[in-house]
Design a protein around this ligand. Structure first.
Ligand SMILES: [Zn+2]
Length: 284
């Protein structure tokens, strides 16, 4: 995207040289791995402070969320500096907490590794620095949505609000920077696609007897802004395919956690769908 401005992209451009591209791809991967680690810690603290059984014991919630260092999820022992290294930290710690000996979740190395691949491919795709920054912020907010919805079938409204604002800023400053000239239909089509899904999801919510949450309806609008036309067209269908795939796999493995057997955490699949479409749209 935006290859019409030479030298404006992260990879390639006038900086040129294969070595530069390789370096940018590595930095992109490292950034996303560290960023995932931060996002996951933040998501866990928000879950603990607002949604977990211990939430009433945490009186200074903001201090808890923003002021604490990384700790063991079981015994709250501080994680040594070695353990904070993305992916490798898990193996350097031999997969166990040094204080309580309990096994650390495999989600740490697995998702840090996936985030690194995501960042590498995104940097390789030739996004601008600004688009890369939008993808980073969106990743954090989407991870808050995905992990909270997966744990307790709830989505923090603040995360959806953040995605809505980010989406509007992206549409007005990056995807359609000359929207105020009112000469082309770009912004109109981007908004139309997002709002059509928004209204269809409202209908779906009513038709399903309010089994679908209002948060999912708002989320599809915010992610629609962030994707724009034509990617946003594919979002709900793609998310539904991911959900079906997840529940098919889950039928064969009781090890896969789901927060409910009757309600689907659709925010998880909308969030994952957004991340994959955002990447695919830039690579293709
Ligand atoms: Zn521990």
């Amino acid at each position: 995207m935006n290859t019409d401005v030479p030298g404006s992209t992260l990879a390639g451009g006038h900086l040129g040289g294969e070595l530069m591209t390789v370096m940018i791809v590595i930095v992109g991967g490292l950034l996303f791995a560290v960023w995932h680690s931060f996002s996951d810690a933040l998501a866990w603290r928000i879950f603990t402070a607002y949604y977990s059984a211990e939430r009433k014991k945490i009186t200074h919630k903001l201090a808890f969320i923003f002021g604490s260092s990384s700790r063991c999820e079981y015994c709250s022992a501080p994680v040594p500096a070695l353990g904070l290294i993305p992916v490798a930290g898990f193996f350097l710690m031999k997969g166990r907490c040094r204080a309580c000996e309990r096994k650390l979740s495999y989600r740490f190395p697995v998702f840090e590794g996936l985030a690194a691949v995501y960042g590498m491919l995104l940097a390789f795709s030739g996004v601008t620095a600004a688009e890369f920054a939008v993808s980073l912020i969106a990743y954090l907010l989407v991870w808050l949505v995905v992990s909270t919805d997966y744990r307790v079938l709830l989505i923090p409204t603040e995360a959806i609000l953040g995605l809505l604002i980010l989406g509007i800023v992206y549409l007005l400053t990056m995807k359609n920077p000359h929207w105020y000239e009112l000469k082309d239909t770009g912004l109109g089509i981007d908004l139309a696609v997002a709002f059509v899904w928004f209204f269809l999801f409202h209908m779906l919510r009513i038709l399903s007897g309010y089994k679908m949450g209002l948060a999912d309806v708002r989320l599809v609008l915010a992610l629609g802004f962030l994707l724009g036309h034509p990617l946003a067209l594919f979002l709900p269908g793609f998310a539904a395919m991911l959900a079906i795939g997840f529940y098919l796999v889950r039928r064969y493995s009781i090890l896969i956690y789901a927060p409910s057997d009757t309600e689907i955490p659709f925010g998880v699949f909308l969030g994952a769908g957004y991340l994959l479409l955002n990447l695919a749209g830039r690579l293709v």
